[in-house]
Unconditional design. Structure first.
Length: 452
């Protein structure tokens, strides 16, 4: 059986209502008995006063008898017919009227108590008159009291039993209406994955839930948008090299000339290499853009990252007789992901090599100030416009003057990694004549005794 919020609430409310009803019955019953005892005690007191009022000043020393008609007529007419025992000061029985046997003579202070005779409970009052000439016991059966309590409690308990359950179920149904409304909103939404749940009509208790759902929907929307962009970028980036690959392979298959066929196969190989670079860059960009924060961070020197990247491109630079150099000054400790910053520097150097002609220069400078660490990559290429319809960092932006055809994704990857590290990327003209790309990162505090 599937879990049901409605069934769970109904079960708990029914159990709670039954327990509350039982507690209410007990409390009302106890209060009713207490009030009924008070009423009966006051009736006993009035009956006693009525009997004392019709008694002679001096007791008659004869055998016990019942009340005379005159004495009976003087009793409180509102009281039940009581059982009466009247004694003189010595305990001599003067009057015994009623089915309850005479109780033991207890010449103490006046008080009330209950006794059982046969199968009936009796409420008894005993005490002296004002002159202490007569000692009396007046008792009435509690049957009438119990009947009075039942008459008092029956309509109250019936009302609770009849009115409370419908009120509970009506309240439960009304309380679940916001959930039904939220379900209707989601079902009626024509725009997929747009958070529309939280508004001023949502109850306070449901607001944290709806906000959590809205955040989840927003994350799903961003994830789907990320996947859509990745698919679009892949289709856009791979369409051209795939077309070249197919064309060159077709030409290689049609040609009879071996040197011409080898040229076509070499161009097809170049197209495959470009496709491989594109796929690698696309996957890197997709992985970086999907990150919302750095999973693993450490404190390290940025100059070490720059040296490793320069070693990796040294062979490619040597093929084109491009001079590589590194300048380092100041504190360059940063906090971040060393692998990601390595990808960043590698992409900056790849971009610089493509912009630099043979026998040119690429210079890397790493330095730190009190709060910032800067890494600059300068080249002696022809440069590219810093602003315009397509700016550096835009996807698939290919600057004019590139010596080698790249993917157009390198600076997008650089921008995404810089943002993750709370860094800033700027482009301007280099003193070497080409482009200067400057990355500024927050500086990590150097521990005492850590040598530069």
């Amino acid at each position: 059986m599937r879990p049901s919020l409605n069934r769970r609430l109904v079960t708990r409310l029914v159990v709670g209502t039954v327990l509350a009803w039982c507690m209410a019955v007990g409390w009302i019953g106890w209060r009713g008995l207490h009030e009924a005892d008070g009423i009966f005690d006051r009736d006993l007191a009035r009956t006693t006063a009525s009997i004392f009022a019709v008694m002679p000043d001096a007791p008659a020393w004869n055998s016990a008898a019942g009340l005379s008609q005159k004495q009976a007529a003087g009793l409180d007419a509102s009281a039940q017919h009581p059982a009466i025992v009247l004694r003189d000061a010595r305990g001599q029985l003067l009057i015994h009227d009623g089915p309850l046997p005479a109780l033991a003579f207890e010449p103490g202070d006046a008080h009330y108590h209950s006794v059982t005779y046969g199968q009936r409970r009796w409420r008894v009052f005993q005490g002296w008159n004002g002159e202490r000439r007569y000692w009396i016991q007046v008792a009435v059966p509690l049957d009438r009291r119990n009947e009075l309590v039942r008459e008092l409690l029956a309509p109250i308990l019936l009302a609770l039993l009849v009115l409370v359950p419908p009120a509970v179920f009506a309240g439960l149904r009304g309380g679940l209406k916001p959930l039904h409304r939220l379900t209707g909103i989601l079902s009626a939404s024509t725009v997929p994955l747009v958070p529309v749940l939280t508004d001023e009509r949502v109850p306070v208790e449901l607001t944290p839930f709806t906000r959590a759902v809205d955040r989840l929907v927003e994350r799903l929307r961003a994830s789907l948008e990320h996947e859509r962009r990745f698919t679009t970028d892949a289709a856009h980036a791979l369409r051209h090299p795939l077309a070249i690959l197919r064309l060159e392979l077709d030409l290689a298959g049609l040609g009879d000339d071996t040197p011409a066929r080898m040229r076509h196969l070499s161009r097809a190989h170049d197209a495959l290499d470009r496709m491989q670079r594109l796929v690698t860059q696309l996957l890197t960009l997709a992985r970086v853009e999907k990150l919302t924060g750095l999973d693993e961070t450490g404190r390290f020197r940025l100059v070490g990252v720059a040296k490793a990247a320069l070693r990796d491109i040294s062979e490619r630079a040597a093929v084109h007789s491009i001079e590589l150099s590194l300048d380092h000054d100041g504190n360059d400790f940063v906090l971040g992901d060393e692998g990601l910053l390595g990808i960043l520097v590698q992409n900056l150097l790849d971009n610089a090599l493509r912009l630099t002609p043979d026998h040119g220069q690429v210079n890397v400078r790493v330095g730190g100030t009190t709060e910032k660490v800067m890494l600059e990559v300068n080249d002696s290429g022809s440069g590219f416009p810093i602003a315009g319809p397509a700016c550096p960092g835009d996807r698939f932006h290919q600057p004019n003057g590139s010596v080698d055809e790249g993917s157009g994704l390198g600076l997008s990857i650089v921008q995404a990694i810089a943002t993750l590290h709370r860094g800033q990327l700027t482009f301007d003209r280099s003193s070497l004549g080409g482009v200067r790309v400057r990355l500024t990162l927050p500086q990590a505090i150097q521990p005492p005794g850590d040598a530069g």
